[in-house]
Design a protein around this ligand. Structure first.
Ligand code: NDP
Ligand code: BG6
Length: 504
């Protein structure tokens, strides 16, 4: 039995008892020829199909302007992303047969009517009666196309009740508060809030999901999770690669919109929120919104921006700076690195700095949360005392560890730092940790909003970031240049230690 089989057994049983498992389901992927469809959507749908986690009768229809032979595309292109072994090949062929494709523009009404008819035709029951089905419409296209598709789907392709219609929207959801609100408005004309699944794939990650349990199921943490014991919270995201050909998109958005306003802010809300009334999606999101409402708009003084430059002594990849990537202006001021200090003005967190740092083309790839506790008062171990730190490593190599001080075993009396270490690969040997998109697909298909962003969360998130983003653009703030492969930027480290009150 593979790792996946081992821990999906119980889950599979629970899924199979759901009403939606028994309902036929159509998944429509707009932008099926694109990067996200190739990297994440098709491969993960295959794995879920293989594990019998998709509803019994599921069909997948790609849609796009590109004239695509979908079966050939799956057999020749997507297969390279799926990582199959020989035993899987037969199932992959079966999966291919579930796939269909329609070529059309995103505002071409007759093509959407054709899509609707195609779904109905493919869903004939064993007596050859046409039946309806649950319908998932995945917007794997640039956000500017969302309004057109929402209108076309809303007018032509909705499932008839009691079947469900779910619309999946990817980030970036807007560029600022105004554009995000416009986008929300155009989609909400055709879809109710509970039908819209705004993806933030960080919410599908194992360690991000485990934050709620860590915080609220452990008395030992509940007691100290506040300004009385915590000095500073540091959310750190680094990638050791650059924009990798995605600069055309990235140059318009920059690192704050790309990962901070969404992924890292979501992590922050889970670290900072009060205990929700229950595990339900809305109770959790209510608490997340309260945290966001307690954060004032960020000030430029609390931000350091950077952009990676070529590293002449580095690897061939590192010898290209951000502006050497295709689609970037030579005088682009877009930040590929940013660090921000923010504060949560409530009873629990008043005075505790939250540091969010994110950078591309640095020395390593890591996402982690570091919660640093206060200094020991009246410390007697003058030379040895460092602050305790609880670290939640989201990736790679998921772990939770607590740095602490102990006496080193031996005749002498030496206090040194060590850690209580829960590294998942060791503790949960043999258990498969699902990938974010696998989990999110399950939620979308079976209708759980727990890992998706509600519209009021989005509005608050943009409220916090919009003024500073506009100021950066209006004042044409120049980023600090750092070499591809750097560990950090000195100006950022300075901010972390001073306003961030974090000690390295
Ligand atoms: P792509 O640029 O690859 O575009 C996807 C598809 O959309 C294309 O194959 C194309 O299909 C169609 N398309 C592209 N540009 C336009 C346009 N100007 N007008 C109409 N249709 C267009 O995007 P991705 O697949 O990378 O991303 C899809 C969505 O997911 C975006 O919202 C993106 O921000 C988001 N996202 C992507 C991630 C990634 O890793 N790729 C990560 C996180 C979010 P056709 O020409 O056949 O119609
Ligand atoms: C995406 C960003 O949303 O998240 C990328 O657009 C970034 O720029 C990626 O690389 C990081 O996700 P992960 O899961 O690799 O940490």
């Amino acid at each position: 039995m593979s790792k996946r089989d081992l821990n999906f057994e119980a889950y599979r049983k629970s899924i199979q008892s759901l009403e939606n498992f028994k309902k036929p389901t159509a998944v429509v992927i707009f932008g099926a020829s694109g990067d996200l469809a190739k990297k994440e959507i098709y491969p993960n749908l295959f794995w879920l199909y293989k594990d019998s986690l998709l509803p019994e009768n599921t069909i997948i229809i790609g849609y796009g302007r590109t004239n695509l032979d979908i079966k050939k595309y799956l057999k020749e292109t997507i297969i390279q992303k799926v990582n199959l072994d020989n035993d899987d090949l037969k199932i992959y062929d079966e999966f291919i047969e579930k796939n269909h494709y329609i070529t059309g523009n995103y505002n071409e009404e007759p093509k959407f009517k054709e899509l609707d008819s195609k779904i109905n035709e493919l869903m004939v029951d064993p007596n050859q009666n046409i039946q309806d089905c649950n319908r998932v419409f995945y917007l794997a296209v640039p956000p500017k196309v969302y309004p057109n598709i929402s209108e076309m789907v809303g007018k032509n392709c909705r499932a008839k009740e009691p079947f469900l219609t779910h619309l999946v929207a990817e980030k970036p959801f807007g560029k600022d508060l105004e554009t995000s609100n416009e986008l929300s408005k155009s989609i909400s004309r055709y879809f109710k809030e509970e039908e819209i699944f705004r993806i933030d794939h960080y919410l599908g990650k194992e360690m991000v999901q485990s934050l709620i349990a860590l915080r609220f199921a452990n008395q030992i943490f509940r007691r100290v999770w506040n300004r009385d014991s915590i000095e500073s919270v540091f959310i750190n995201f680094k990638e050791n690669f650059g924009t990798k050909g995605r600069a055309g998109y990235f140059d318009e958005y920059g690192i704050i919109r790309d990962v901070i306003q969404n992924h890292l802010l979501q992590v922050l809300t889970l670290i900072a929120m009060e205990q929700p009334l229950s595990e339900s999606a809305d109770d959790i999101r209510d608490e997340k919104v309260k945290v966001l409402k307690s954060i004032k708009a960020i000030k430029l003084d609390d931000v350091v921006l950077g952009q990676y430059a070529k590293n002449e002594n580095g690897t061939p990849e590192q010898q290209k700076g951000y502006i050497d990537d295709e689609g970037v202006d030579k005088d682009s001021l877009t930040a590929t690195y940013a660090i921000i200090i923010l504060h949560i003005n409530n009873e629990r967190w008043d005075g505790v700095p939250f540091i969010i740092s994110a950078g591309k083309a640095l020395d390593e790839t890591i996402s982690e949360v570091r919660i640093q506790f206060n200094q020991v008062p009246a410390n007697i171990f003058k030379n040895y005392c460092r602050r305790n730190e609880l670290v939640i490593r989201i990736q790679p190599n998921e772990a939770v560890y607590l740095t602490m001080l102990t006496k080193r075993p031996g005749m002498d009396f030496v206090v040194e730092e060590t850690d209580l270490d829960l590294t998942y690969a060791e503790k949960y040997k043999g258990l498969y940790v699902p990938k974010a998109y696998e989990r999110l697909f399950m939620n979308i298909i079976y209708g759980s909003q727990i890992s998706f962003v509600r519209s009021d969360e989005l509005t608050e998130a943009w409220r916090i970031f919009t003024p500073v983003l506009h100021e950066i653009e209006e004042k044409k703030i120049k980023p600090i240049y750092y070499q591809f492969g750097s560990n950090s930027i000195p100006e950022a480290e300075n901010l972390i230690m001073t306003k961030g009150k974090y000690s390295f």
